[in-house]
Design a protein around this ligand. Structure first.
Ligand code: TRP
Length: 347
């Protein structure tokens, strides 16, 4: 996807920088089951393998307009990380806006990234649609800020979903071009995507062909991490299905997107392969299956909601945790930023 021929180095980290994980979620809208199963849940085991940084990307959140209650939404995402099992003592959890290196490095990288590269970003094309002339410059530059997030820590491993892979490719290209143009081989390592296990694409409960999304007009389409047990159960009972009982081969289920989605959600929540769940419920009516799924979903999500709520009763304590995270993040990013300034030739 590069304009210049960019050579892939023999190793993605020739200078042997220490390994580090970086990922983030935007504090916009409501966190839902898709965010949990597709992202946050999968981060939990990573913190035992490598030093990990989990950021609440509030600077990204304003690219589509200033968010009302941005500070509270930021606290909410942080509480969700912790409630899902991220340990803020082991990992670094902080708001992006509290570490100025992100914005500063993004500017330098804006001057490395090419317009032609950004023009190819499918997420921008989807988000801007027909309004390309009227969306913010920030929305266009969004992937460069994401590259800065990663490179500010020389992160080597980035857990992302399918939809962010193109942005990660861009981050690799930006790192490579910086290293080449400024003749500092290995200065930034090439961040590797971490594609985590058999993560299902969690689809809308109303339309098996659309992704579960915080922007869907129908709240019945998604299970929010804040939903009560009753809401979770009701949404699952009302989820669209077809009249056939569960059964057939995996391929046959794939042709029934709503049915397949519910099976996938069950499998992910149970931590088992989807084929096992298909076998377990072979011949069952969806009414029966949905009751089982509702019980399972409540048993997994109920305790998370309760832990989140408990954390959010003490804002001062969350803010203290986030400030501690920001200080530890700065301690890593600031020296790298200083080296970057030097490599770029600033006074
Ligand atoms: N763009 C990512 C998303 O919407 C969030 C994000 C911002 C991110 N910066 C990042 C993810 C750095 C991984 C690494 O999902």
């Amino acid at each position: 996807m590069t304009d210049q021929a960019v050579q892939t180095p023999a190793t993605s980290n020739p200078a042997g920088h220490p390994e580090r994980v970086f990922s983030g979620v935007q504090p916009t809208g409501n966190l839902h089951l898709g965010n949990y199963l597709g992202a946050i849940r999968n981060w939990v085991p990573l913190q035992d393998q490598r030093p990990s940084i989990f950021c609440v990307v509030d600077l990204h959140a304003i690219t589509a307009g200033f968010e009302p209650d941005l500070a509270d939404k930021t606290r909410e995402i942080a509480a969700a990380y912790i409630a899902c099992g991220i340990d803020p003592k082991k990992s670094i959890v902080f708001p992006q806006s509290r570490v100025s290196a992100h914005a500063e490095l993004a500017w330098i990288l804006n001057c490395v990234a090419r317009i032609g590269w950004l023009d190819r970003m499918t997420q921008f094309k989807d988000k801007a649609g027909k309004h390309k002339e009227r969306v913010s410059v920030g929305l266009y530059a969004y992937p460069v800020l994401m590259a800065a997030d990663i490179l500010a820590y020389r992160a080597t491993h980035v857990p992302v979903g399918e939809d962010q892979k193109q942005h990660l490719e861009l981050a690799r290209d930006i790192a490579q071009k910086f290293n080449n143009d400024l003749n500092v081989p290995g200065f930034f390592p090439q961040p590797e995507p971490l594609i985590l296990g058999p993560t299902p694409r969690v689809m809308s409960l109303r339309d098996g062909k659309a992704k579960m999304s915080k922007s869907d007009a129908s709240d019945l389409s998604r299970i929010n991490l804040k939903d009560s047990d009753e809401e979770i159960a009701a949404k699952i009972r009302k989820a669209r299905t077809d009249p056939e009982p569960i059964g057939g081969t995996m391929e046959e289920m794939d042709a029934r997107p709503e049915a397949s989605n519910l099976l996938g959600i069950y499998a992910a929540l149970a931590g088992k392969p989807k084929a096992d769940i298909l076998e377990q419920f072979e011949g069952a009516q969806f009414s029966t299956f949905k009751n089982e799924l509702a019980d399972l979903a409540v048993s997994v999500l109920g305790p998370i909601r309760q832990r989140m709520a408990a954390l959010l009763t003490d804002k001062a304590e969350i803010d203290r945790v986030l400030e501690d995270g920001a200080a530890r993040a700065r301690a890593i990013a600031m020296p790298i930023l200083a080296e970057t300034r030097k490599a770029a030739g600033f006074l």
